[in-house]
Every structure is written in C-alpha cells, then in structure tokens.
Design a protein around this ligand. Structure first.
Ligand code: 4AD
Length: 429
C-alpha cells in the first residue's frame, strides 16, 4: 500500500513504508545513493545502500535522473538531519519512468523557463504558488456561498463587448462575428432577477496590446452581482471579501506564504476599514506626489503606484469621470459627469485588483448611454430588455484572480499567478 509523505512524517512512527513520487534531488557517493523524493504532500530523504538492495534496485537508484518517477519501499527511521526529521532506508527501488535528463537546472532565463513551463510548474516555488492560488479561490467561494450567493456560469462566446472594443478577441462563429468574453457581468446581471445574489467565475479575455507585469490576455474573473445593492454596499462587500480571504490565508497558510516571498505580518495590515477616496482627490494626490495627470485621464501603473505609496492596505477610488468608464455605469445625480463606481487598488504598487459599480437600471438612461458610447443597440437588445421587466437597482464588481494572487503572494509578475500564462507574445505551451 502506498504511503503519502506528509502522513509518514506527521505520524512520527518508525515503520515499513512505500512511497510513490518523483526524484527531487539525487547524489551517488561510492556504495551509497541519496535521493530526495517528492510527492504532492512533501519531500522525504531516502538512502540506498548497495549491499542492502538487489542489483536491479541499486542500478535504478544509481542511474535515476532528477524528476524521474519511482516507487520506493523501506524502513522509515528518525534522523534529525533529514528534512522533516525522518529518512527512508530503502529496501526496494523501482523506476516507473526514467526518460531523459531533466532540462531545467540552475540559472536559466525567464524566457527559457516560460518555454518549458509545462515542466517548470513542478518546481517547489510554483507548486507553493498554485497551492496558495487554490486556497485563495476556495476562500472566495466559501465567502460568497456563506452569504447565500449562487454560482452560475457565464457564456465565454459572446456577440457584444462589455468593456469596449479595443481589447476584444474577434473570431468567425459559423459565418457571424463573435468575441471571447471580456467579462461575464452582463450575464450575471440577468441572473439577479431570480437569484438576487450571484457570482460568475470564468476566464475573461483581453487583447491587451501592451506588455506589462499585470496584464494577461486570458485571466480568471470573479464577478459577483447583487440586486438592491448600491455602490456603497458594493464597496462594503468588496472590503469584507478581501479581509476574509487575507485573514484566512494568514491564519492557515503562513509558512506557505513565507515560502513564496510574502511576509504574513505585512499582509496582516490589510484589515478593515480601507480608505475611500474620490477620483478628483486621487488626481490631486498624484500630482502632489510628483505625478503628472489631468482630471479626466485614467490611471496607469505609475499613477496607481504613486497613489498607494506608503499604504499598507488596499485603497478604494470612486466617482471616476463618466467618459473613461463603461457604458453601464450610472451617473451620480449629485456629482454630474462622474459615475457610481469604484476601483480597489492593492498596496505596494500591485495596483488595481477590482473594478465595480452600480448598474444603470432604467431603460431610458441605458438607451441614452448606449447612444453616447456609439454602441449598436441591436447587439445589446437582450441586456436592454432586462430594463423592461421588473428592473431593480443593482451593483456588482469584477475581481481579477491573478491580480489578487499577485498581491497577496507578493509576486513580481502576474504570469506567475497562473500556470500557463497567455500574454501578447506567448500562447505556448
Ligand atoms: O475593470 P474591469 O475591466 O471591469 C470589468 O470587466 C467589469 N465588467 C467587472 C464587473 O463589474 N463585473 O476588470 C475587472 C478586473 C480588474 O480590476 C482586474 O483585476 C482584472 O479584472 N483585469 C485583468 N487581470 C489580468 N489581466 C488583464 N488584462 C485584466 N484586465 C482586467
């Protein structure tokens, strides 16, 4: 019977064991071979003595390559010097697949590691990142499920733009033009009229022309949508969600966080309340801090970095000018020219992780904005329809999963927050 490494180490029992896994480190010295074997739960040091195994096992242990797959049996014994405090004294060493020498060794370029991404994702750092990504997504789901939200899928193939035409991936759909979805929001809006509180979690696609450390062409997008929520309740929910995810990560995974380069003490500072600043004030602040921007321009990475400089927790910016935001955001009657929206900026230069807003829920207002934005009402007929039958005020937001992971794990580049990144110059492997 197979034993998992973590079970062996935590049971603290000296006993016969069989593990299955991959060679993580390997060294031969005279009549002794040392292999560190990893499985999904941990690593275990194994020693193979030539005179304690049959000739086949010795040959296997001597000739094995890094990353080859093996089944190894022996006696688990305490050894303070071994990682985890235990060592397997091997009696049988079988190779499942030895293959070829592993192409990844030390000091390789980023580009090479991206070329062999299918192999590089096995590294300890990548593995730990993806463990934490898994937990992050889990905590998000738990948060919404515990609040009575329903998860539904949005379509990925769509006939209209949600976030403007400049980043659309277009393709031929049986002779018609269609697009890869930029956002599931418009569909999430359709779900609230029965389920009230919903979220969609799906890939979104952006034909981003620029190469940056925070843009992907394909990213995972969590988009909650809530009937009868205004823009302030929307921000409250975002804040509660972020705090809960961060606190859970710190409470349950602090050594994993450390292993990928995040200091849990730094992350702990992301506690409620987050400061809320309107766009106008944010522009002033950016200019005071040495940036150069005019009212009416959107923030780039530099402006966001200036704005959050010295911040230890995320910052909300609300009331952006109507002209730089999407067609579905309602104008604030108390502050004409601005819309009831917010971005949430992560600290330390990680930048925008959430974009959200109230949605226009009145038919005439939506028609006017569709016209102002020079969109074709035909493409949005079904969406407009939602304003004819029992329309209600509602709000929602979009969280980029990789943006969140980049911040909470303190990664240098967004591409490391997803196993197979799609960027302007890469869709391989
Ligand atoms: O601000 P965005 O464009 O908003 C929307 O798509 C809305 N429809 C969301 C909604 O209200 N349901 O995108 C939302 C978030 C951003 O804050 C960012 O975290 C992420 O999506 N995002 C990207 N992440 C990685 N690569 C890109 N190219 C991204 N573009 C947006």
């Amino acid at each position: 019977m197979r034993n998992y490494i973590l079970d062996l180490i935590t049971s603290k029992e000296e006993k016969q064991a069989t593990i299955q896994g991959w060679i993580y480190r390997h060294r031969v010295s005279g009549n002794m071979a040392f292999a560190i074997i990893r499985d999904s739960t941990g690593i275990l040091q194994c020693t193979i003595k030539k005179d304690k195994v049959d000739s086949k096992s010795w040959k296997n242990a001597e000739e094995i390559y890094i990353e080859s797959s093996v089944i190894v049996s022996g006696k688990l014994v305490k050894d303070e010097r071994a990682p985890g405090g235990y060592e397997l004294q091997v009696s049988d060493f079988q190779t499942i697949n030895n293959g070829e020498p592993f192409p990844i060794s030390k000091d390789l370029s980023d580009e090479f590691l991206l070329d062999v991404r299918h192999l590089w994702i096995r590294s300890q750092k990548m593995t730990n990142i993806f463990r934490l990504r898994h937990h992050t997504v889990n905590y998000l789901r738990e948060f919404f499920n515990s609040k009575g939200f329903y998860e539904l899928p949005p379509p990925i193939i769509t006939g209209s733009a949600c976030e403007g035409g400049s980043t659309l991936f277009e393709f031929d759909y049986f002779g018609e033009k269609a697009y890869l979805s930029q956002s599931g929001q418009l569909y999430a809006e359709a779900y609230i009229f029965s389920l009230e509180k919903v979220y969609v979690l799906a890939p979104s696609f952006r034909a981003e022309k620029s190469r940056t450390i925070r843009h992907l062409a394909e990213y995972w997008h969590l988009e909650p949508e809530m009937a009868f929520y205004d823009w302030k309740q929307n921000m409250d929910l975002q804040e509660e969600m972020i705090v809960e995810v961060v606190q859970n990560l710190i409470k349950n995974h602090s050594s994993l966080l450390e292993s990928v380069g995040q200091d849990p003490e730094v992350l702990k500072k992301a506690s409620a309340p987050f400061e809320r600043m309107d766009y106008e004030k944010a522009v002033e602040r950016i200019n005071e801090l040495g940036g150069k921007m005019e009212y009416g321009e959107d923030f780039g990475a530099d402006e966001e970095a200036l704005l959050t400089k010295g911040y230890e927790k995320p910052l909300f910016v609300h009331h952006f000018p109507k002209d730089i935001k999407a067609f579905y955001m309602p104008e604030d009657p108390n502050k004409p020219g601005t819309v009831l929206c917010n971005d949430l900026l992560a600290p330390n230069g990680h930048g925008e992780i959430i974009g959200g807003s109230e949605r226009i829920w009145k038919y005439d207002e939506l028609m006017q904005r569709i016209e102002e934005n020079k969109l074709n009402p035909k493409d949005y007929q079904w969406y407009i329809d939602l304003r004819k039958y029992g329309s209600v005020p509602h709000s929602g937001f979009g969280l980029g999963i990789e943006r969140l992971v980049k911040w909470v794990l303190n990664l240098n580049h967004i591409r490391d927050a997803i196993p197979f990144p799609r960027t302007i110059n890469r869709c391989y492997p």
